[in-house]
Ligand binder design. Structure first.
Ligand code: NAI
Length: 288
């Protein structure tokens, strides 16, 4: 009976209450965007001082947003900031927030053991339907998820820096992530006003260097065949090849994982300053 209840409980989770663990650069940015789009957010970190700093950062970032979007109407701008700030609470002791969370997103230090310990701890406290996501740049999501009893409700949700400005978010499903979890995260990402792309990996050079197909064919195949909004080469150009190289280099600790295999082509393009759309040339050439 419990099984059938739990599988219906995990279907179509509408994400409203969000706990974000880690109030640094990324966590604070994600909290700002989630609160600005009407989500109820609890931001968690290790000390009150860090959290105070994060809240100050969110407030001044919102002031910059409001200057542009409410330029002729400062009063409505102030109201907006106040409403957004009311949607964010902070805590160094997250158990109450966890108990009502639809999504717990971690943006803590990039360390496998610490992320696994956190997910294991959260798994014991969070309700059955709660989805766990990691903002990791380089660690395998399946390894982080293996510390829980809910790998079907674990995924990567990878934002780009600075979060309020960058439109793209990668929703990273493992082989265990359920379609319902992916769908809930896609809907959440859209509710944030972002453009999600689904991916299992982002090392297109692997395929190209192995001579499987041209970059144009791979991009077309992924768009028409897999329904992705952008192919992996286009996406890499959009993200920035320097960022992609940074992520790939981060995976050097896992020499046997082919996803992080070094790519001569990527290294060459970065060395030549061909970083993608922002420099008008990467895998492809762009007009101004
Ligand atoms: P950061 O160093 O600015 O912030 C991390 C925060 O997590 C700190 O405030 C720290 O006190 C807190 N923290 C560490 N362990 C904790 C724990 N056990 N419980 C609660 N809080 C804890 O780091 P940043 O740059 O925000 O990165 C966070 C994550 O996001 C990393 O996994 C990183 O790989 C990823 N990421 C970073 C990007 C960037 O451009 N900085 C881009 C995309 C992903």
């Amino acid at each position: 009976i419990k099984r059938s209840f739990s599988s219906s409980a995990v279907r179509n989770v509408v994400i409203k209450n969000v706990t974000i663990i880690g109030g640094g650069q990324m966590g604070a940015g994600i909290a700002q965007v989630a609160a600005s789009t009407g989500h109820s957010v609890t931001l968690v970190d290790m000390t009150d001082d860090i959290l105070k700093k994060a809240m100050k950062g969110i407030q001044s970032s919102l002031r910059r947003v409001v200057k542009k979007t409410f330029s002729g109407d400062p009063e409505s701008g102030d109201d907006f900031i106040q409403k957004v700030m009311q949607n964010v609470s902070t805590s160094t002791e997250p158990s109450a927030a966890i108990a009502t969370s639809d999504l717990i997103l971690e943006a803590i230090v990039e360390n496998m053991k610490i992320k696994q310990d956190l997910f294991g701890f959260l798994d014991k406290m969070a309700p059955e339907h709660t989805i766990f996501a990691s903002n990791t740049s380089s660690l395998p999501i399946s390894d982080i998820a293996s510390a829980t009893s809910r790998p079907d409700r674990c995924a990567g949700l990878h934002f780009f820096n600075p979060v309020p400005l960058m439109k793209l978010v990668e929703v990273i499903a493992t082989t265990s992530t359920s379609p319902e979890t992916s769908e809930s995260l896609l809907n959440f990402t859209k509710a944030l006003g972002k453009t999600p792309v689904c991916c299992k990996f982002l090392n297109p050079c692997l395929f190209l260097s192995a001579g499987h197909a041209s970059k144009e064919d791979i991009d077309t195949g992924m768009k028409l065949g897999a329904g992705y909004p952008m192919g992996p080469f286009e996406l890499s150009d959009y993200v920035g090849l320097d960022t992609i190289k940074f992520i790939m280099d981060g995976g050097k600790k896992e020499p046997d994982n082919p996803i992080f295999a070094p790519s001569e082509l990527l290294n060459k393009l970065v060395a030549e300053g061909k970083l993608g759309k922002k420099t008008l040339e990467g895998f492809y050439k762009y007009n101004k």
